[in-house]
Write a protein that binds this ligand. Sequence first.
Ligand code: SAM
Length: 308
Amino acid sequence: MASLGEPKNTIEILNKYHFMFQKKFGQNFLIDPHVLEKIIRAADITKEDMVLEIGPGIGTMTQYLCENAREVVAVEIDKNLIPILTQDTLRAYDNVTIINDDIMKVDIGRLVQERNGGRPVKVVANLPYYITTPIIMGLFEAHVPLESLTVMVQKEVAERMQAEPGSKDYGALSLAVQYYAKPYIAANVPQNCFMPRPNVASAVIRLTLYDKPPVKTVDERFMFSLIRASFNQRRKTLVNSLANSAETGVSKEAVLAALEQMGQPAAVRGEAFTLAQFARLADLLAGTAVMRLGEDSGGGTDAADELL
Ligand code: SAM
């Protein structure tokens, strides 16, 4: 099969099957061999690897993955693409399995257990942009065994994932991603590398999973509720954002006392806080909550959980 990275080969397949692009599935197919090679290099795929591809489309990147990996599992939601993949563009490969399903509904933990003996897999994808964040965070939060995710996303989203404290792109997404993985933007990809041409520029980002999170906190759900509340109202101070949020259940006095203990000014904003500082703040605030609830109920239960 000729490489689909060449635009003329992609056009030939699209015409042969009278394929109609579905906007609702975020279908923008890659048509640039250099970008495809860059993705494979960034993902560092070897013959030892099992790769999970999300959204193979007509199989453009899947062909490269099949050449380089031990085994590829590709999950595609659009049933119209399945015959193209199985009977045509991937027919020559015996190391690929196509699953026709919504990636959000697939039990990836089980898949990894069955296909890779529970060892971490590499995810490679040109992601549908309408669900980029739910897919990535869903994989992290489900604690699926993953070595890395090398994914094409909107350039702006890649920059937010990699942003550091104090920068304009820094926010809840930066902290959520960086709790689980080390981000590295491997390439910027212009609109003309896709068919049809998307409205926004893209970037390839590699997220290399940590064995364990870089910071310790007593209750990670509580820490993330503080992070979300801190960035909900960007112009507000951390104290006001947290005290105004029903989700966190913390009082203004408690936040002020915690900041003082951390040696932070009362007017500090969320965008200046590192992940380590959010972890410490969460521990200080969860501690006061435990005491308050413990006093009320007379019980010694996990009160930080009850707060959420
Ligand atoms: N990998 C191909 C490429 O690079 O040319 C196609 C990438 S295209 C941006 C995204 C692909 O994801 C499409 O094939 C689309 O049908 C598929 N897709 C969209 N939503 C999906 C979902 N929830 N689960 C699985 N696949 C999905």
